[in-house]
Design a protein around this ligand. Structure first.
Ligand SMILES: Cc1cc2nc3c(=O)[nH]c(=O)nc-3n(C[C@H](O)[C@H](O)[C@H](O)COP(=O)(O)OP(=O)(O)OC[C@H]3O[C@@H](n4cnc5c(N)ncnc54)[C@H](O)[C@@H]3O)c2cc1C
Length: 459
């Protein structure tokens, strides 16, 4: 497919070579980390300002041509795939850190800035941006998916760290949501509406983010447990004790083996917790000691402290690389990743049931996650050519979601819905899902923004 000629001409008039209809550029924007497949977009555009985004959206809205925002394409449920063709709107050239306000602990950035690029820019300020999904994703994409990461247990998710947005609507209007104040109760929370909307309600062209002070002292370690249950029960007990963990990550025996093969570590092939403490030297020492006492009750051993900044960076690089390390356990396989999040008291049972289910279906499915929030993933490794394996993986994923919903949890803790989890939305939201469709229809009456995702199909 190609863009209607008049639209293509109009966009080329604005963007010049920043509009591409080459097979290579279109092909790249039909790729995804997930096992979902999609046709290529009709064209790709690289805007450099909110005004350009507004002109593009207005023109595509008039021509009823779909527009799919693209950050860095790392989302895991086919979110950025142009399933109905149209224009892929790549925000990577809007990559400026516009302003850092250390006295307010805030930064304003364009959506194409990646999380690592922002922290590099902040290095000398004594501040940092904490939200750290495993991939070096764009801040626009992270806001659109309401992403989180290993530090969410202490610093929150994108929902908690986005104060304000500039958004372009389907008809080209440019709006601002939120304020630079630390809180506001002035009307509907439009920032909260766009954070997590996956490019279906508007295109984010600027973000105001909350920054945090770099901790005075940091201590990180990894420790092993003789069973998955003991490791996860230790997490519940730790969180319920009120120790302000900066990070507490769970990895099962299969993940530990994947790390050893992929990152050259020498972890015993057992369940592990990866932990980190932030604070003053006294507070860190005290928190670590309290954690040690709790962990000992659950049989933790082999504490391996990462004493230098390099050791800590290596430890968390290994964790951030878990997805690809686990995929390498079965070369040629695709990964169907689950992402449930449950109330803390239900976490041990949820992880246990998932492990049993994966074993019963005979699939390889490492389990790991941000368990300090009750959020965990299983990466179900399937032969992409085997309908039986894909069906088995989908059965496991559905049962995990149903069990999570039965205890008041959610089908997605951080990855979002995209294509892959749309089938579970009615079960979680009931009539609320229809309401999401009505909100979508009000803001995007022609349905050009990322069609086929998140909300119900229109009648
Ligand atoms: C190895 C690996 C590890 C990961 N670990 C985590 C993790 O720990 N936690 C986590 O939450 N996620 C994780 N993810 C998933 C992914 O990184 C996040 O979903 C991330 O937020 C996606 O950002 P992106 O820039 O790549 O967005 P894309 O994939 O490009 O887009 C994601 C969605 O956002 C929309 N979008 C993008 N930019 C904009 C914009 N400016 N305005 C409006 N809509 C926009 C797109 O249309 C799409 O619907 C991981 C992914 C990988 C590959």
């Amino acid at each position: 497919m190609s863009l209607p000629p008049d639209l293509s001409g109009r966009l080329r008039g604005i963007l010049g070579t920043r509009l591409s209809e080459t097979a290579a550029d279109r092909g790249h924007h039909a790729q995804s980390e997930s096992f979902h497949r999609s046709p290529a977009p009709d064209a790709v555009a690289w805007p450099e300002s909110a005004e350009e985004v507004a002109v593009i959206l207005r023109a595509c809205n008039e021509a009823r041509v779909p527009v799919i925002a693209w950050g860095t394409g790392t989302s895991l449920e086919g979110h950025a795939l142009p399933v109905q063709g149209g224009l892929s709107l790549d925000l990577s050239r809007m990559d400026k850190v516009l302003e850092v306000r250390p006295e307010d602990m805030q930064a304003s950035v364009q959506p194409g800035v990646t999380r690592e690029a922002l922290n590099t820019e902040l290095r000398a300020t004594g501040l940092f941006f904490p939200v750290d999904p495993g991939a070096n994703a764009s801040l626009g994409g992270m806001a659109a998916t309401r992403a989180s990461g290993t530090t969410a247990v202490r610093y929150g998710t994108m929902r908690d760290n986005v104060l304000a947005l500039q958004v372009v609507l389907a008809d080209g209007r440019i709006i601002r949501t939120g304020t630079r104040a630390a809180k506001s109760s002035a009307g509907y929370d439009l920032t909260g509406l766009f954070v997590g909307s996956e490019g279906t309600l508007g295109v984010i062209t600027e973000l105001t983010l909350r920054l945090h002070g770099q901790p005075e002292e940091v201590a990180a370690a990894v420790c092993a447990f003789d069973s998955l249950d003991h490791a996860v029960e230790c997490v519940s007990a730790t969180i319920q004790s009120g120790i302000p963990m900066a990070r507490i990550e769970f990895v099962d025996a299969a993940s530990a083996r994947a790390f050893n093969l992929h990152s050259g570590s020498s972890l015993p092939e057992q369940p592990h917790l990866m932990i980190e403490f932030h604070g003053s030297p006294n507070a860190v020492r005290e928190d670590a000691a309290r954690f040690g006492d709790i962990a000992a009750e659950f049989g933790a051993r082999g504490f391996d402290w990462a004493t230098t900044a390099e050791d800590r960076a290596r430890l968390w690089r290994m964790r951030h690389g878990a997805y690809h390390a686990c995929l390498a356990l079965r070369p040629g396989a695709s990964g169907l990743i689950t992402d449930v999040c449950v109330p803390m008291s239900h976490l041990p049972a949820a992880v246990h049931a998932a492990a049993e289910d994966i074993a019963a279906e005979g699939l390889i499915g490492p389990i790991l996650g941000h368990v300090g929030d009750g959020n965990f993933h299983s990466l179900l490794l399937v032969d992409p050519a085997s309908p039986d394996e894909i069906a088995a993986a989908k059965r496991i994923a559905t049962r995990m979601a149903e069990r999570a919903l039965a205890v008041g949890g959610t089908i997605s803790g951080e990855h979002g819905i995209g294509i892959g989890k749309r089938g579970l939305m009615a079960a979680q939201h009931g009539e609320g899902w229809q309401l999401m469709g009505q909100i979508k229809a009000a803001l995007d009456p022609r349905g050009i923004l990322n069609p086929g995702k998140l909300v119900p199909d229109r009648n």
